[in-house]
Write a protein that binds this ligand. Structure first.
Ligand SMILES: Cc1cc2nc3c(=O)[nH]c(=O)nc-3n(C[C@@H](O)[C@@H](O)[C@H](O)COP(=O)(O)OP(=O)(O)OC[C@H]3O[C@@H](n4cnc5c(N)ncnc54)[C@H](O)[C@@H]3O)c2cc1C
Length: 289
């Protein structure tokens, strides 16, 4: 039974509410945009004693300093689409945001932090944050800590987050070495969820970083030659080679696709993201689907 509902204005109020819930042997549910948490509540899949709704939190949704862009807990997909220059500061996240399904409601409500905390291998945001080399700051009454998103995503649906902690910031460092970007996701018409995604950044040294979501239980990043944009068969060989080092348990499977399907389509999805990035390198500003 829900005993307390709080809408903290500051991070201190939020962490205090989380600590209090924990101290009375309760279970607090944080609500960001609520696009996942509220339906779970309605279906009684979660039964918190306390609700901590971050809707009034006084943390900038987006700000930048000399080295990074900082996204607050309320930063939504639509914010990235609407913010002038977000395309330049956070190119992959911006490309990804434009492809989020569910229409304006989901894009305006769903937050990057909420998607990260869910740590679902098939979500768009986690792998894109790894592609950006993003870090995440979490806070509790004991202070704050910042870890790389790659480390934060310990296992499928298992973020490195204690019940008394909340995500206060996602930090995206500028990467001047990344000169062109592409994002491709494979999804089926009957579902909002992606099956396999790939974020690609071509670097100034001629290599390309490919970060795949939905193949393994956690995002999978590899570096290849950007010349492979001309040879999808060679790219497939390189990726097969990498995947041969994984065990069957490393691969993700769910109701939408089994692991062997994901393995088979990974190179095709990666080739499309790489081709998109290579095309942008030749004609900067080109919009591609
Ligand atoms: C119709 C529809 C279409 C969708 N399409 C896509 C899609 O194309 N791609 C995709 O990837 N996803 C999609 N989604 C999922 C989308 O809802 C999430 O990606 C969204 O970003 C979750 O954010 P939220 O703020 O709504 O999370 P919430 O529902 O508020 O929270 C989700 C979880 O994270 C926790 N949480 C939230 N914020 C914090 C915080 N700051 N600190 C600690 N814990 C926190 C909550 O306690 C909860 O456990 C879709 C959903 C719907 C309903």
């Amino acid at each position: 039974m829900i005993r307390h509902l709080v809408r903290p204005r500051t991070v201190t109020e939020a962490t205090t509410a989380l600590a209090e819930a924990n101290a009375v042997d309760g279970h607090a549910l944080i609500i960001g945009g609520g696009t996942i948490a509220v339906p779970q509540l309605v279906r009684q899949e979660v039964q918190p004693t306390h609700i901590v709704d971050l809707g009034d939190l006084d943390v900038a949704r987006i700000r930048r300093d000399e080295s990074a862009v900082h996204l607050g807990p309320a930063a939504t997909y639509q914010l990235l689409i609407d913010t002038p220059c977000a395309e330049r500061w956070t190119p992959l996240l911006h490309l990804m945001a434009k492809g989020i399904t569910g229409g304006i409601q989901i894009r305006s409500q769903g937050t990057i932090a909420g998607s990260l905390v869910c740590a679902r291998p098939y979500s768009d945001a986690p792998a894109v944050l790894v592609a950006h080399d993003a870090r995440v700051t979490v806070a509790s009454v004991h202070g704050t800590r910042t870890v790389s998103v790659e480390r934060f995503l310990t296992a499928p649906e298992r973020p490195d987050l204690r019940p008394t902690e909340l995500v206060t910031e996602v930090i995206l460092p500028y990467r001047p070495e990344a000169v062109a970007h592409g994002y491709y996701k494979l999804k089926f018409a009957e579902s909002s969820w992606p099956v396999v995604t790939c974020a690609c950044s071509i670097l100034a040294d001629g290599t390309a970083e490919l970060t795949l979501g939905g193949v393994r239980g956690v995002p999978w990043k590899i570096r290849v030659s950007s010349d492979l944009s001309h040879s999808p068969h060679e790219l497939r060989d390189v990726m097969d080679d990498h995947m041969s080092a994984f065990t069957e348990d490393d691969f993700w499977h769910d109701i939408r696709a089994d692991s062997s399907y994901r393995r088979r389509v990974a190179a095709t999805v990666a080739a499309r993201a790489l081709r998109q990035a290579a095309a942008r390198l030749l004609s900067p500003g080109t919009e591609q689907s």
